[in-house]
Ligand binder design. Sequence first.
Ligand code: HEM
Length: 242
Amino acid sequence: MGSRWRDLQQSIVSSQFWKSIFRVGIPNTNRKRVLAMLGNVVLHLHPVKTRKSGVKMRYTWCAGGVTFFLFLVLTFTGLLLMFYYRPTVEYAFVDILDLREQVPFGIMREVHRWGAHAMVISVWIHMFRVFMTGSYKPPREFNWVIGVILLTLTLLLSFTGYLLPWDQLALWAVTVGTNMMGYTPVFGNSVKYVLLGSQQIGDQTLLRWYVLHVLLLPFVIVIFMAVHFWRVRKDGGISGPL
Ligand code: HEM
């Protein structure tokens, strides 16, 4: 029984199918351990070494990590909301009321809404931490710039989401916002028209901001986040005195 079991084990481990997934085999030497780390995308996402301060809550406040976590929560709850919400003047407000009244505790919408507020707060806290620890200095100045773009994208996501409930607050906030942007020198009228999709706020505006909110801005922010995390690694990991 024992030898038959070992033969079976041996034939599985030496099969092409097994080797195509577990390329290095059991990592029982230093060389195999390094190869296993380098060849596995999940393990390789983690740095081989980190500074002590990089893993200290007192140093990073984990504010960047929290911001990223909230982004994942918002993506998930946003996806669920997309099954119910219809971005038209006729249905938008009714759908939001339904999401509040018919879903237990209105949880889906509330997690998305509160999550959005929390993400805006946590991204500011993260920026403040990076500034106070001087982590914007070389070689991290490029990542600071990527960070400023991420902050802008976060605020834009927040603002485009604000219109979607199509209530009085949303309507007038966007009317005021787009009127202000209408005062842009030279291109004011064009900027306002592009944002409203018409001369006045209406169906076109709602559709435009919906597409920006659920598709374009998330797509762009994911690309910049990937660059941001890649730069943290390439700039020698999280900064710090230790
Ligand atoms: C969507 C927004 C953002 C996300 C998800 C994010 C995420 C992260 C994460 C996970 C880290 C690793 C260290 C940590 O958690 O503190 C980090 C580091 C960093 N972030 Fe952000 N970040 C964002 C926005 C920003 C902003 C607004 C700035 C500044 C303008 C910024 C500048 C930096 C810099 C310079 C580092 C390196 C810090 C160091 O080495 O100590 N990030 N970011």
